[in-house]
Design a protein around this ligand. Structure first.
Ligand code: NAD
Length: 728
């Protein structure tokens, strides 16, 4: 175990260097923490040591706790977690006290954290326990506590120390939103004490250690007469902070994220008691959050599995397929976005449209986004010129020579797509991979227009391309492994998260989201109060209610998809009742947000005002309303059963992709970890019970799939079942 090394120089300054050998970024493990503890003991016990510098041997300080360790901690049960966390508090408190006399507060040894770069999670909680934090002026570095983003909260004293350091109000964005700062902003916010030139970091740290006075080592909360900045909870100002924060959190999380509530409780209850008791309270709440199945599901999907997919968990074993020159055909909304994210990632892009004007308009989209970035200080003029210089807007297919990947994003029309496919294939080499960004047309059908179907694949982006991080890769019947690897390597280059699915109507994401929208519309037709439908969705953690979602994506698109689906399915088509509502809305010109009229009413500026009152006249609200849980079960099961069917039919081959894809693709209740994680949380038996009840009351669309029923009989979970075949 060499996660930390120890050296003492001639002036008696000890340096503890964090450098986890097998990793590019330091992460804290249980063993690492024990070693750090013993090195602190060594330094404090050695009379020749005057003080300690805690730094890193890498370009960054640390990325945080090893989340795999956190995931495993749960297995030991609540008491084991609590004991482990309290032990950690003990070590950090030892650093903070640094051997000083508890009464006179004299005789301690200064301990300074010298951060060369990024310091996240425990990588910032550890410095918080030191007496001074000096950061190198490294604008790429990120400093902060992002725990809340993966469903937990800072539980190694970060919550208690930050609230006491800056007050609850000022600490709120860092704790509750996981806001990260570069070193200069961190200094301005009071997260670090000093920012120095990178090559002066260790010299300055040593200088501070050698000049520190006893008083410099006493934390405000260990000093007599400490008052909490901004006021403690029963101070008039503090009172308002906590009341406001409580309402704000409930509004933002709808009460479904246990971590945010627990964090606020830890901060509030901790503020009422002495520091060491506050740490104990923080540890209790942290234990409670770790024991909540939501937090482990979120860690698993949003961190462990997301990262595994990004690293190519399902990539075929073929040579590196890094994209050098990309052709984008169709410079409309999607094509322009695809050109931007690719050029931004350093890829040369040939952007083609039917007219030069349309191609230039597509390129202008990149200029717009880069200008916005410049306004926010995120993009320099050089960077803008560089990115735009990589986009060649043209109508000439000959410019595609030398491209190794094409993404086609022309109109959603199989005939036009077929013409484009033939034209592209005549202009590129035989190894070039051709990807279509179609959202509804089966890949295997479109591949018929290709002379090289093994090179033909689906790469389905979500809108807006620069914001949405999921990319759905669709393997057609004849798609080869090189094409899949090419798509995956490309998605990695543009730093998005891929899932790979097999070809079927609507692939995976749209297949699940359409039944969600339809269930909402069906309820309106039945006379369920529209506000009940929308609020039920939000109260179960969906970012948008189904009616708002269809307004955003546009009602005429819904009509188009409904017509095409009905034509393909014939008598088996199940959504006649939904179509009646959709078509009526479209006939009245209520096409959604873009028309300033849909299920919602909008003001002249396009701002959503509330549900459209006319709905009640056309679909009178029934006297007896369903209860909230029934509405939520209908909305969730509509999506989740489709995900199970996709798995059963082999469209999905990996539940990790099903869960990650659902959260990133359409915002499926992130607190649950995704549809398969949600089913595991409630259990297959309970899921079947809900399905059976809904089948009786609502119809056969809720019939429990045979797979789910079999799992209920055997008491299986999806993740336990999958762990045999694939690490999850
Ligand atoms: P769009 O209408 O904004 O853009 C299409 C572009 O293709 C236009 O600029 C048009 O001039 C160009 N074009 C048409 N025929 C062409 C040809 N023969 N040669 C060259 N260029 C041609 O459409 P969009 O929303 O960007 O959608 C493009 C594709 O992406 C469609 O297949 C769509 O289904 C799919 N898609 C759309 C979304 C979305 O949210 N809009 C999401 C995922 C996928």
């Amino acid at each position: 175990m060499t996660d930390f090394t120890y050296a003492v120089d001639a002036d008696g300054v000890a340096t503890i260097t964090w450098d986890v050998k097998a990793k590019s970024m330091n992460v804290m493990s249980t063993e690492g923490f024990a070693l750090l503890d013993s090195l602190i003991d060594t330094a404090l016990a050695d009379a020749a040591v005057k003080g300690v510098i805690l730094t890193s041997g890498k370009k960054d300080f640390a990325g945080g706790m090893d989340l795999n360790v956190i995931a495993q901690m749960r297995a030991g049960g609540a008491q084991a977690i609590f004991d482990g966390v309290m032990q950690m508090h003990g070590v950090l408190r030892k650093i903070e006290r640094a051997g000083m006399d508890p009464k006179t507060k004299k005789g301690g040894k200064p301990i300074v954290a010298a951060l060369p770069g990024t310091a996240l999670g425990i990588g910032y909680e550890l410095p918080l326990a030191c007496h001074r934090i000096i950061a190198a002026d490294n604008p790429k570095a990120k400093i902060g506590l992002p725990e809340i983003m993966v469903g937990i909260f800072p539980g190694a004293g970060g919550t208690t120390r930050l609230v006491r350091k800056m007050g609850a109000m000022m600490a709120a964005p860092f704790l509750l939103e996981g806001k990260l700062s570069d070193p200069k902003s961190a200094k301005a916010a009071g997260l670090v004490d000093e920012v120095v030139a990178p090559d002066a970091l260790l010299t300055r740290a040593k200088e501070w250690v050698l000049s520190a006075k006893d008083a410099d080592l006493v934390k405000p909360w260990d000093d007599k007469g400490y008052k909490m900045p901004g006021g403690a909870p029963y101070h008039p100002a503090g009172f308002m902070t906590y009341v406001g924060a409580s309402a704000m959190i409930l509004g933002k999380t709808m009460g479904v994220y246990p971590a945010a509530k627990a964090l606020l409780s830890a901060a509030y209850e901790g503020a009422l008691v002495p520091f060491d008791t506050a740490l104990k309270i923080e540890a209790r709440w942290f234990t409670s959050v770790l024991m909540n199945p939501s937090s482990s599901a979120m860690i698993r999907s949003l961190f462990i599995n997301k990262e595994a997919l990004e690293k190519g968990a399902n990539r075929p074993k073929v040579d590196d397929q890094t994209v050098k020159r990309l052709g984008v055909i169709g410079a409309g909304m999607m094509g322009a976005g695809i050109a931007y994210v690719s050029a931004n990632a350093g890829i040369e892009v040939v952007l083609i449209d039917a007219s030069q004007e349309a191609a230039e308009r597509g390129k202008a989209h990149s200029a717009d986004l880069l200008d916005k970035g410049m306004k926010r200080g995120k993009v320099t003029a050089e960077k803008k010129a560089e990115v735009l210089g990589r986009i060649h807007a043209t109508t000439d297919y000959a410019a595609l020579a030398g491209c190794d990947l094409i993404v086609e994003a022309v109109f959603e029309d199989p005939k036009i797509k077929a013409e484009v496919t033939a034209k592209v294939e005549a202009a590129v080499g035989a190894d070039c991979i051709f990807a279509t960004n179609t959202s509804t047309l089966p890949i295997s059908g479109l591949a018929k227009a290709s002379a090289r179907p093994a090179n033909f694949i689906g790469i389905h982006f979500f809108s807006p391309v620069d914001k949405m991080n999921l990319v759905e890769i669709i393997r057609g019947k004849e798609t080869g492994d090189v094409a899949v690897a090419k798509a995956l390597d490309y998605v990695r280059q543009i730093r998005k998260t891929p899932i790979v699915v097999n070809d079927a109507r609507f692939f995976y994401a749209n297949r699940c989201i359409i039944p969600y929208i339809n269930e909402g519309i069906r309820m309106v037709a039945e006379g369920v109060e529209p506000a009940l439908v929308e609020n039920a969705a939000k109260l179960v953690g969906m970012p948008l209610g189904p009616l708002q979602l269809v307004d955003e994506t546009s009602i005429d698109l819904g009509v188009k998809i409904a017509k095409a689906t009905r034509a393909a399915m014939g008598d088996a088509y199940p959504d006649g009742a939904v179509d009646a509502v959709l078509f009526a809305m479209a006939d009245q010109g209520r096409l959604g947000k873009k028309a300033n009229a849909g299920f919602y009413a909008y003001d002249a500026g396009g701002k959503r005002e509330g549900l459209w009152e006319g709905l009640a006249t056309q679909y009178p609200v029934a006297e007896v309303q369903p209860d909230l849980t029934t509405v939520q079960h209908r909305l969730l099961m509509a999506q989740v059963l489709e995900a199970v069917r996709a798995l059963d039919e082999g469209v999905l081959t990996d539940i990790r992709e099903g869960d990650v894809g659902a959260i990133l693709g359409w915002g499926f209740a992130p607190w649950s970890g995704g549809p398969f994680s949600w089913l595991d949380i409630i259990g297959a038996a309970r899921a079947v019970e809900i399905c059976d009840h809904l089948t009786t009351t609502q119809g056969t669309r809720f019939t429990a799939p045979a797979l789910l029923r079999a799992m209920a009989d055997k008491g299986e979970t999806f993740y336990a079942r999958a762990s045999g075949a694939k690490a999850a």
